[in-house]
Design a binder for this molecule. Structure first.
Ligand code: FES
Ligand code: FES
Length: 172
């Protein structure tokens, strides 16, 4: 018999007190309890990145963490990144470069990309760049490695890369 627990989640700056099954994933709490359905459920096993959200500035797969573990943390979902009337530059770039086809992977790609550029800017190395004195422009290998957690079944990778690279060029 699963136990019910109270959890206070801070999502996109708003606090929500929820009573959840202790085994509820953050992904299910976001989608089913808070109705933030921009975060997608693909594999539900940490393999596809569709459920990527940003917690305290770092990207995580929300299907692999329990809601109760995220109490007290700052959670940002795609709904907190930008809105149709106030798009984030990464969203604008995805539109400009056709960085999606079916769009299912897109919220996760965008959350991941926003956090990824912050990681790169902060000098957090990827596996293919141990060298922190790397040039400003990210290599294709480094880019692929940093975005490797986000799959796209439609194969829109080159357009996704163009979109993210454009934003990277402005902030890195
Ligand atoms: Fe979480 Fe696929 S749904 S990684
Ligand atoms: Fe369809 Fe990426 S645009 S899965």
């Amino acid at each position: 018999e699963p136990s019910k627990v109270n959890v206070l989640l801070r999502v996109n700056g708003n606090e929500h007190q929820l009573m959840v099954d202790s085994r509820t994933t953050l992904l299910d709490a976001l989608r089913e309890r808070l109705h933030l359905t921009g975060t997608k459920k693909g594999c539900d096993q940490g393999q596809c990145g569709a459920c990527t959200v940003i917690v305290d500035g770092r990207r995580i797969t929300s299907c692999l963490t329990l809601a109760v573990m995220q109490e007290g943390h700052d959670i940002t979902t795609i709904e907190g990144i930008g809105t149709p009337n106030n798009l984030h530059p990464m969203q604008t770039a995805f539109i400009k470069h056709d960085g999606y086809q079916c769009g299912f992977c897109t919220p996760g790609q965008i959350c991941s990309a926003v956090a990824m550029l912050d990681e790169a800017k902060a000098g957090i190395p990827s596996h293919v760049t141990a060298d922190l004195t790397r040039p400003i422009k990210m290599s294709t290998d480094e880019f692929r490695e940093r975005m490797s957690g986000n799959l796209c079944r439609c194969g829109a990778y080159s357009n996704i890369q163009e979109a993210i690279t454009e934003v990277a060029g402005k902030i890195l």
